[in-house]
Design a protein around this ligand. Structure first.
Ligand code: TEU
Length: 544
């Protein structure tokens, strides 16, 4: 693909543990991905984002790396990874590796030596701090609950962990840490991969270690040296290569994301932000029971579309990933088959017609739903299990907690991909590591491929439209009727061409504003538009 082609690309995210198991141990593996490459080629995607497959104790399912150079035997061997890359390239599929360099597992050799010996040269690879009193050095909170410092009584010091206690934050202010991490990146570039997703990369530069009015975010989010470090990383690794990079940016801003992705700054190609996925949080609190705020969703998406486009940056656009609930349950309606299918197609259309690089999370393309777990024993995710304990100790009753987890838990999207209506949805011949939703008999890849009207066919069409029409990739965006209660309406403009997008987020038919000219060539449509009324969860794209 010629330079800059990545801007016309679509990325498919694979969470290997839940993708396809070929050994019968109940967990997905690399050979299982190789087995499904033909399917991904049929879907039409360009990149595969592989969440971490490095050696790890799997406390956070691979986001706690204990060896950056080895493949976790649970997923297979380095030879399997080599084969995956080679077989993907044969099908013009590119591999984007997920790399977690804000922290390592406490099982990593660097941390083990740092922890064992206060005078170890690895001690300064992490943030070990003495406290002035019996309290932790700061009152910062871990994103997985509790204080963000773990006490080491041997040396009467604490170490920092913004995530799980087994995920120790790396000290990026130490030039030796940056050097060894660039060696890791260059190792995988030499291995032949085609891109990187950088985990929570905007947290790597910590500012002052002071007590916080909030939970500490202000001291490490988009920190004081983050742009210097990303530019230095770019120049020491992928900067002169034709690789696509994307940064996961926690609680970031448009201004920073323009800096992260404006080409002339030589930092990253693109960024994820999550503001649009907090529109069902009560006062920013994830572990709450709230419904979609549709106006907020439209406002945030359009603010970011306009801000990044006008600033010369580049968005990664997505509805879900391995940390988020399934979008058809969350923002659509999975209570009946017609509504599930219709709302999933509408959500796909309204996202894939936006500007930026679209990401499809495994199973999203067939409208997989949240599993509706009804017992805490069904949950696996460390963040969710910590939240359960915290809510329990705060006095919430069991049913309230299960309702909240049922809405917000990361396990909602980590159930196995539903390949067939057969045993274990064709995912494994063994005992799946996590329960499979009982709707796999109807919702599976095999059925979707046989159905010309399936959600899968809508995704294939949308991907094709991005590949074939520059307006989708490069067109400007014009929000319309932003105060409408049910309709999400916008236009794309490019070289004299205009595409109008209308999406109905309600399950009832809605009258399209009379002042809106909807005439033109229909590009893609789900649901009917009759006498100016668009069907419930209908969407339509018209070239004008
Ligand atoms: O996620 C960052 C993060 O904050 C997530 O925990 C997510 O945004 C949050 O759960 C939403 O409430 C990245 C990885 O995607 C995630 O899987 C890891 O657990 C985390 O970093 C630590 O590496």
């Amino acid at each position: 693909m010629q330079q800059n082609d990545w801007r016309k690309s679509v990325v498919y995210q694979i969470y290997p543990k839940s993708f396809n198991d070929t050994t019968g141990n109940g967990e997905g593996d690399l050979q299982g991905i190789i087995e499904k490459l033909a399917y991904l080629q049929y879907l039409g995607v360009d990149y595969i984002w592989l969440t971490p497959v490095y050696e790890s104790p799997m406390n956070d399912n691979g986001y706690d790396i204990s060896n950056y150079f080895k493949v976790n035997p649970q997923f297979g061997t380095i030879e399997d990874l080599k084969t995956l890359v080679a077989e993907a390239h044969k099908r013009n599929l590119k591999i984007m590796m997920d790399i977690v360099i804000n922290h390592t597992s406490t099982e990593h050799e660097w941390f083990k030596q740092a922890y064992a010996d206060k005078n170890s040269l690895y001690r300064d690879y992490y943030f070990f701090r003495r406290s002035a009193d019996s309290e932790p050095p700061t009152n910062w909170e871990s994103k997985f609950g509790g204080n963000a410092w773990k006490y080491d009584e041997k040396t009467d010091e604490y170490y920092l962990h913004l995530f799980d206690v087994t995920q120790a934050d790396l000290n990026w202010d130490n030039p030796e840490v940056r050097r060894v991490l660039y060696d890791v990146i260059n190792h995988w570039i030499d291995f032949g991969i085609d891109g990187f997703r950088f985990d929570v990369i905007n947290l790597i530069s910590k500012g002052e270690f002071k007590n916080s009015e909030k939970i500490g975010k202000e001291f490490y989010t988009d920190g004081p040296r983050v742009h210097d470090y990303l530019h230095e990383m770019n120049q020491h690794t992928f900067g002169d290569k034709d690789l696509m990079t994307v940064g996961e940016m926690s609680s970031t801003t448009i201004e920073h994301c323009i800096k992260y992705t404006a080409p002339e700054r030589q930092e990253l190609s693109s960024v994820f932000n999550f503001h649009h996925l907090k529109v069902d949080y009560v006062d920013g609190e994830k572990w709450s029971n709230a419904k979609l705020d549709f106006h907020k969703l439209k406002d945030i998406l359009m603010e970011w579309q306009l801000g990044i486009y006008e600033g010369g940056g580049w968005n990664a656009i997505f509805w879900c990933n391995h940390d988020q609930p399934r979008v058809v349950t969350r923002f659509g309606d999975d209570t009946t088959e017609p509504l599930r299918k219709q709302s999933a197609k509408m959500l796909a259309t309204v996202l894939h017609m936006l500007q930026g690089t679209p990401y499809i999370y495994q199973g999203e393309e067939i409208g997989m739903t949240d599993p509706g777990f009804d017992d805490i024993s069904q949950y696996r995710d460390v963040e969710s299990l910590n939240a359960y304990d915290k809510l329990k100790s705060s006095g919430y009753d069991e049913q309230e907690i299960l309702t909240i987890l049922g809405q917000k838990s990361r396990d909602n999207s980590r159930t196995p991909v539903q390949w067939t209506s057969g045993e274990n949805a064709g995912f494994t011949s063994g005992e799946p590591w996590i329960d499979i939703p009982n709707n796999f008999d109807k919702i599976n890849v095999e059925a979707a491929m046989e159905d010309e009207q399936s959600i899968l066919q809508t995704y294939r069409h949308l991907i094709q439209l991005r590949h074939e029409h520059d307006i989708v990739t490069y067109g400007s965006i014009e929000p319309l009727f932003m105060d409408h209660k049910e309709l999400f309406i916008y236009k794309r403009h490019h070289n004299g061409e205009t595409w109008l997008v209308i999406a109905n987020f309600s399950k009832e038919g809605v009258v399209i504003p009379e002042s809106l000219d909807v005439d033109g060539e229909v590009i893609i449509q789900n649901g009917e538009v009759v006498n100016g009324v668009i069907d419930g969860f209908g969407s339509i794209v018209v070239a004008q």
